[in-house]
Write a protein that binds this ligand. Structure first.
Ligand code: ACO
Length: 380
């Protein structure tokens, strides 16, 4: 057996490829902590802004530190005129994920030193990207609906400002808090595929914008963050709780993957799914969407019966679909919501990579022929 065969792990399963001080996952017991704090505690007690400070500084802020951090973030909420013009030039049929990926890439062109990779510069750039990303999504959605773009309001927190820019009216406290919890629960998650993509790109000492762009491209895949849209599409195909059983069993029979279930690391229920299930139920009650919640819950029960023995449980994307629907978001904005939150994690990982960089360069196990003859083209 060659060395390559001995170390080959398809999909890099079980391979430790980086160290982090941000999130800890115990997939067997279904535990997730950010810097040692349980995700449930953060979801119920923290804010997205405080959580980002925690991830980027590896400790909770004092009150003045949080005020300063929040003020810095708010000072970068507003899109420059050139970016607004670029967003308005996007085809209205474009998918929001393609728009946000392209616009974050474009941010590099409005940065005087896009390639500056000191940790301090990376922190500053990360703050700007985190602050402006909601404005990009909201502006494009309003543009495609033929509505005036709403300017950011720096008196509002991250969650409230996004919903305000999207809908043109101040959201209720309940909606703001629900959205804030979504942002907290999606902020970071170890070396998931998109975070790995970001770390791989920055490890060449490329630039933060390229790393973020690669990460967004990764996230939109249906096996990763794009699954939340897949969940909603499945829910839309199921008429009622009564028909959920036949629909899901039909999918299983056809060997289709049930979106929102299964995870490379969790072999128990994803703790984020537990948080979002509680949130989805409350929101569904408040917004008259109990049918949707009940369908989701019925699917979870069917999947538990069919798949729990294989370690396949709901992941973060399953109840986020119901949650986002109840918040009033259109289906193709679900994955962009994941982007808004996960920028925090990608940025934190890029900074960790820059602090102790080594180029990522795995190897392949070559399984093709050797000493093959070169046949002239006229003889093939
Ligand atoms: N529905 C049905 N079967 C599944 C599912 C699912 N959702 N997930 C895994 N399986 C089955 C596979 O068919 C396979 O069965 P087999 O051994 O009989 O062939 C087995 O479980 C292992 O599947 P793998 O794809 O090898 O497992 P992996 O660890 O690579 O999968 C993944 C993780 C990609 C997330 C998978 O569970 C999946 O496709 N889920 C649906 C998509 C989804 O919800 N993605 C979001 C994940 S969370 C996130 O990224 C934010």
């Amino acid at each position: 057996m060659s060395t390559a065969e001995k170390t080959f792990s398809k999909g890099l399963e079980g391979v430790i490829a980086a160290q982090t001080e941000m999130s800890f996952i115990n997939g067997t017991e279904g535990i997730l902590e950010y810097v040692g704090i349980a995700i449930g505690d953060l979801a119920s007690k923290s804010s997205f802004e405080e959580t980002v400070f925690l991830l980027w500084n590896k400790r909770l802020p004092t009150k003045p530190e949080l005020e300063q951090f929040t003020a810095d973030l708010r000072s970068h909420y507003t899109l420059c005129d050139e970016m607004v013009t670029q967003i308005k030039s996007c085809p209205i049929k474009a998918e929001p994920m393609h728009v946000i990926r392209s616009m974050i890439s474009m941010c590099a062109m409005y940065d005087e030193n896009p390639n500056e990779n000191s940790v301090e510069a990376a922190r500053h750039k990360s703050m700007r990207i985190l602050a402006v990303a909601p404005a990009i999504v909201a502006a494009f959605d309003r543009h495609r609906r033929g509505l005036e773009i709403v300017k950011a309001d720096p008196s509002l927190n991250f969650a409230s400002n996004f919903l305000y820019m999207l809908n043109g009216e101040k959201p209720t406290d309940a909606m703001v808090r629900a959205f804030d919890i979504c942002m907290i629960t999606h902020a970071d998650h170890g070396l998931n595929n998109s975070t790995f993509a970001a770390r791989v790109v920055i490890s060449t000492l490329s630039d933060l914008y390229s790393a973020m762009t690669a990460a967004i491209g990764s996230l939109r895949g249906p096996l990763h963050g794009g699954a939340n849209e897949g969940v909603m599409k499945m829910l839309n195909k199921i008429d009622s709780v009564e028909t959920a059983e036949a629909h899901v069993m039909g999918m299983i029979k056809n060997k289709e993957r049930i979106m929102g279930f299964g995870h490379r690391v969790y072999k128990a229920k994803d703790p984020r799914a537990s948080e979002l299930m509680t949130l989805a139920k409350q929101l569904a009650e408040d917004t008259g969407n109990m049918d949707l919640y009940n369908k989701s819950h019925a699917i979870e029960k069917i999947m538990e019966r069919e798949y729990a023995s294989k370690g396949i449980y709901p992941n973060v994307d399953f109840y986020s679909a119901t949650t986002y629907h109840c918040i009033g978001l259109k289906l193709d904005l679900f994955t962009p919501m994941f982007v808004l939150a996960r920028i925090a994690g990608w940025a934190g990982h890029v900074i960790e990579q820059l602090e102790d960089n080594r180029l990522f360069r795995p190897t392949t196990d070559y399984i093709g022929p050797h000493n093959a003859p070169y046949t002239p083209i006229e003889k093939r």
